[in-house]
Design a protein around this ligand. Structure first.
Ligand SMILES: *Cc1c(COP(=O)(O)O)cnc(C)c1O
Length: 431
């Protein structure tokens, strides 16, 4: 399709968009009474309008049933997580028994590494992307120390080539092969938070298995954004947060994936708690931990009903939208349009003021574009904010903009371009 930089064109795309009505299900932040164009779903998704009703429903259950709420009624808290399993599974390409909501993301990374990072002899290293999200770096660093290793010896980071911003799959695979006998665990983020690069998860998973390593993924920026097939790709484990592309609210619940092939392995270490105990016998309160089958066996503490209720409400919207495929089609179109509009701004400014470091092809990215301004990036970002465009700024020099299928429109993108050009022209003139 030939894209056009005008309002009528953007509105025609919105008119044809079958998901356009979902926008009405969300609350948009405001500044001086005017709503923002929200391009920050990569960091914190918007609040679904239904959420306050859902939460007050749970507060009422608590008020009216108190402890009996765990067992009574049509949605006993004891079984509440099970509904979420069914709704989450299609989003990450898993079987319901392979996923379970619990804890928060970094905590789950640790718990899963307890089970799946098992250094033995020469095979003790973890390979990861250079420039991973800091929490993942700290978690991995502390895990290798916990096993008595120096992170300098035990962690291999893969960096882009000189002068490049993103990783080449061939370089990742080569690095895995090169260190084949020493790698215990391959652990990458599905989409890098800074560059927006979506790694070739299937190829990397296979490369890890070919050298005899375990392979895990942090899907913080991938879950609810791009289609992943954790089960079919034979991924060993994964985890994600639900407050970014899945709109479950600040500090929202995380979830884990453990491939079914590991269910029969009784040798796996876990940091156990009562909620991971075999469900049918949990309340016998007996000595000696017996895990529940499947991902549920990794639960530690009792069901976090409120955060799960938020996630549940949001997952219902995904279900209504047809889960990931329709959202992804629109997302590809939205992000391509944003890319086009930014290049239009460059043309009007007369030079490459904005360099998009996120890969060009849809197969290598999700919703997010990461943009480096040639000069005065922070000032331009502040100007966008002042004019009701809310993206985010990542030090030292990146503006991240992420249009989200459930609540962004093509008109949002067009208007972002108009404002970006305006703000940039003013900033450059004042210099
Ligand atoms: C957002 C994000 C986190 C956040 O972790 P929390 O434990 O939820 O605070 C961790 N890792 C990655 C890759 C992220 O993108």
């Amino acid at each position: 399709m030939n894209l056009e930089n005008n309002l009528a064109f953007a509105r025609a795309l919105d008119e044809a968009d079958e998901l356009k009505h979902f926008r009405d299900q969300f609350l948009f932040p405001k500044h001086n009474e005017k709503e923002f164009i929200y391009l920050c779903g990569n960091s914190l998704g918007l609040q679904p309008k239904v959420v306050s009703e859902v939460i007050s429903g749970q507060l009422n259950r608590w008020a009216n049933h108190a402890v009996e709420g765990w067992f009574d009624g049509s949605q006993p808290w004891m079984l509440y997580h099970k509904e979420l399993k069914t709704l989450m599974a299609p989003i990450v390409g898993a079987l319901p028994e392979e996923v379970c909501p619990m804890n928060t993301l970094t905590v789950n990374l640790h718990l899963l590494m307890v089970s799946f990072y098992r250094p033995q002899g020469k095979r003790f290293k973890i390979i990861m992307e250079g420039g991973a999200f800091p929490s993942d770096q700290y978690a991995i660093e502390s895990q290798v120390k916990f096993h008595g290793f120096d992170p300098k010896d035990a962690i291999i980071e893969v960096f882009p080539r000189e002068g490049e911003h993103v990783l080449r799959t061939e370089d990742i695979v080569a690095k895995i092969k090169e260190n084949g006998h020493e790698i215990a665990l391959v652990l990458f983020g599905g989409i890098n938070y800074y560059t927006g690069q979506w790694y070739d998860m299937e190829t990397i998973t296979k490369a890890g298995h070919d050298i005899g390593a375990t392979v895990g993924w942090d899907l913080a920026h991938a879950a609810g954004n791009v289609p992943v097939k954790l089960h079919d790709w034979n991924v060993d484990f994964a985890c994600w947060c639900s407050y970014k592309y899945q709109n479950s609210g600040p500090g929202g619940i995380s979830a884990i994936f453990v491939h079914k092939k590991h269910f029969g392995n009784t040798e796996l270490h876990r940091f156990a708690g009562w909620w991971g105990y075999q469900e049918s016998n949990r309340f016998k309160m007996e000595k000696g931990f017996v895990p529940e089958a499947g991902a549920d066996g990794w639960q530690v503490s009792c069901t976090q009903v409120m955060p799960m209720a938020l996630y549940h409400a949001s997952l219902q919207i995904f279900k209504e939208a047809g889960f990931i495929a329709p959202l992804r089609s629109k997302s590809i179109a939205l992000t391509s349009y944003l890319e086009f509009i930014i290049n239009e701004v460059n043309k009007s400014v007369g030079e490459e003021q904005f360099k998009i470091i996120t890969p060009k092809g849809s197969d290598d990215r999700g919703a997010q574009l990461s943009i480096i301004a040639k000069a005065h990036g922070k000032q331009i970002f502040d100007g966008l904010m002042e004019n009701h465009i809310l993206g985010d700024w990542r030090e030292p020099d990146v503006i991240r903009l992420s249009p989200v299928s459930l609540y962004n429109s093509f008109e949002d993108i067009y208007l972002t371009g108009v404002t970006l050009l305006d703000v940039t022209t003013n900033v450059l003139k004042s210099k």
